[in-house]
Design a protein around this ligand. Structure first.
Ligand code: SAH
Length: 301
């Protein structure tokens, strides 16, 4: 495990506590830091090859969280040499709305999935699975390698009439893909209310409001033993913590596709999933990010 990815998770945990919302860990960008979403205030901590990005509403109420973030980063900097200083920038909401949208194009992922931002036109070919999306402030544009790996896994493992679970749905992108690929019903969970709202809107946009149930919460809302397929694009630490209940939500023989961790954490995540009752069927990688396809031991569902 490299110090940088370990530090990035600790920094993400800190920023998520300070901002009270989801955090993105990104490959560091050359030159000036950039932000990947619309917001009226931003926080960016950079260290080693990774950038940890979080957003706060600008104004007086941001002062407390910023102080907390600075202090926390100072402490983490004592533990890990790779933790950079906090970079704070004010971002105009309107500027963001246009700035990031300009970079979000119609994107093909895997063999059949095409992500179409709601502000772009696309005439789909017959075999294409279209995911119409406005991620808003939620994570999940399909531009991140971990999301793309999960989409590839879903293409391989989604079968008609499956009951599917999307843990940490963000914009709803993976839940929508699972439903478009044939899953009968999808339970999409996220602890972040911003994500829940975005995912509901995106499900409706794709005509899938009935097929996808978006709920605020985590695995406590997923009945044990009931899913043929689960996808969870979280972090290494979250997967280590949730391996047992995640595999427990699957029917025996069910498949979990997990991602959101870097290559050096893969052995650890694989071991946790094995100990939780799974067999690793496949490992996918892109730009240093990994996904594992794990089958819950037992008879076919
Ligand atoms: N599925 C999307 C978004 C992944 S980002 C994609 O693949 O692009 C991870 C999401 O998981 C965030 O929206 C975050 O709020 C949510 N999350 C993190 N920990 C969670 C947990 N324990 N239970 C449910 N959601 C969680």
């Amino acid at each position: 495990m490299s110090v940088d990815s370990e530090a990035a998770e600790a920094v993400a945990e800190l920023l998520s506590r300070c901002t009270g919302r989801g955090i993105a860990i990104e490959q560091a960008l050359a030159g000036e830091p950039q932000f990947e979403g619309p917001a009226s205030g931003g926080l960016l901590a950079r260290g080693g090859p990774l950038a940890v990005v979080g957003y706060l509403l600008a104004g007086e109420e941001a002062e407390g969280p910023l102080r907390q973030a600075r202090e926390g980063l100072w402490h983490l900097g004592q533990l890990w040499a790779g933790v950079g200083a906090l970079a704070v920038r004010a971002i105009e909401e309107e500027d963001w709305a246009t700035a990031w949208r300009q970079h979000f194009h119609v994107t093909r992922v895997g063999r059949r999935c095409v992500i179409v931002p709601t502000w772009r036109d696309h005439t789909p070919a017959p075999e294409e699975v279209v995911i119409a999306l406005d991620p808003g402030l939620a994570f999940g544009t399909g531009q991140h390698p971990s999301t793309r790996l999960c989409l590839r896994g879903l293409e391989d493992y989604t079968l008609p009439s499956m009951e599917a679970l999307d843990l940490g749905t963000g914009s709803g992108i993976l839940a929508i893909a699972a439903a478009q690929l044939g899953a009968r019903r999808v339970l999409a969970l996220d602890t972040d209310p911003v994500a829940v709202r975005a995912a509901r809107e995106n499900a409706a946009r794709n005509g899938l409001a009935e097929a996808i149930s978006v709920q605020q919460g985590s695995l406590e809302l997923a009945p044990a033993g009931s899913f043929h397929l689960a996808v969870a694009n979280l972090t290494a630490q979250a997967l280590l913590d949730l391996a047992r209940p995640l595999l427990g939500a699957l029917r025996p023989g069910g498949i979990a596709i997990v991602s959101g961790f870097l290559e050096e954490r893969q052995p650890e995540v694989a071991t946790a999933l094995k100990q939780a009752g799974g067999n690793v069927r496949a490992a996918l990688a892109e730009e240093g990010w990994c996904a594992l396809v794990v089958r819950r031991r037992g008879d076919r569902p």
